[in-house]
Design a protein around this ligand. Structure first.
Ligand code: FAD
Length: 291
């Protein structure tokens, strides 16, 4: 691929940022400082995750509602089906609609205990496709869903996972955001397969800047993301050098984005982990500047 030089990148792209709801006052300060730093980059939207098992229902709501009220940023709320009846999910959706939130990232979610199998609530939705259907019936939300370039761990095959993605889009979602991955070819192969399945919705790559390699290895193992050997080598010897690690991390994520850009990608979703610097630096390299 003929990737452009950073200096030639015009910033003709859309970015979005994902945060998680803060647990403590200190984390809350960190989140708002991150939002303050990233807001001038005029993201297409910012989203806030929903804790496993719906454990952050209130905190996710409060964070998204505050973004919607106090900032000009389009705010999106993640919402999962775990441990909730359809009626309860309906109430959560109503509260978002009333708070002026118009975008939901609709997900099945994972069981609260890692490694357990997902069991739908007896009066609940069986998966994200049903959730999308329920949400659009309730309010005309804009809906994003999850997609898996390396196939979701519970899927019986790559094809059945793509069929499921198609069901979610056919049910009313307008775009998919991918699980994180580390090789551009992984995304391009997935994009081709998705197109061959007749899906023409936007598929936005989820970019995870790796600041803690060991933690990302653990997460990757749980969600089926391959961690290339070369990446381990690049983080070797940096355990006690956080600043150097950040520089390596920004370089790797920016390189991934630059190659994706060369392959025609113009939308990028960043898993910020509530820290602005890495995502800001990567966006800056890609030519995205404060408005
Ligand atoms: P679904 O689309 O329902 O799919 C789940 C599995 O079931 C897949 O393997 C699918 O292939 C299979 N499947 C579904 N229907 C069928 C069928 N009819 N026949 C056969 N197989 C079927 N988790 C959280 O808890 N909170 C968050 O905020 C959160 N945010 C996320 C954001 C993004 C961008 C991504 C990529 C993931 C996020 N997750 C979050 C993780 C997500 O909840 C898990 O990956 C979960 O295990 C699957 O959710 P899903 O919406 O993709 O599920």
């Amino acid at each position: 691929l003929d990737a452009p030089l950073y200096a030639d990148m015009a910033g003709d792209l859309n970015v979005s940022f994902e945060f998680f709801p803060p647990k403590t006052e200190k984390m809350e300060e960190q989140l708002w400082s991150a939002i303050g730093t990233l807001a001038p980059l005029a993201p297409k939207f910012v989203s806030v995750t929903y804790g496993a098992g719906g454990s952050t229902r209130e905190r996710t709501h409060n964070t998204v509602a505050r973004i919607a009220k106090e900032t000009p940023l389009p705010a999106a709320a993640h919402l999962t089906c775990v441990a909730a009846s359809k009626a309860e999910i309906g109430e959560v959706a109503d509260a978002y609609w009333e708070a002026g939130v118009r975008h939901i990232v609709a997900l099945r979610g994972d069981p609260p205990q890692a490694g357990c199998k997902f069991e739908p609530h007896p009066q609940g939705y069986k998966g994200a496709a049903e959730l999308v259907e329920g949400l659009v019936k309730r309010h005309p939300f804009e809906i994003s869903v999850a997609a898996y370039p390396e196939t979701h761990p519970d899927a019986s095959s790559a094809q059945s996972d793509i069929d499921n993605l198609k069901r979610k889009l056919d049910a009313g979602a307008t775009r998919a955001i991918t699980q994180f991955f580390f090789e551009p070819e992984t995304f391009f192969r997935f994009r081709d397969t998705v197109a061959a399945a007749g899906i023409d919705a936007e598929i936005i790559p989820g970019i995870m800047p790796v600041s803690n390699f060991a933690a990302v290895q653990r997460m990757s193992a749980m969600c089926n993301t391959a961690v290339p050997e070369w990446m381990g080598k690049l983080f070797e010897g940096l355990d006690d050098l956080p600043a150097a690690r950040q520089l390596v991390s920004a370089t790797l994520a920016a390189e991934l984005c630059r190659k994706l850009y060369a392959g025609g990608v113009r939308d990028f979703h960043f898993y910020t982990l509530n820290r602005a610097e890495l995502s800001y630096a990567i966006c800056h390299l890609l030519g995205v500047r404060a408005a």
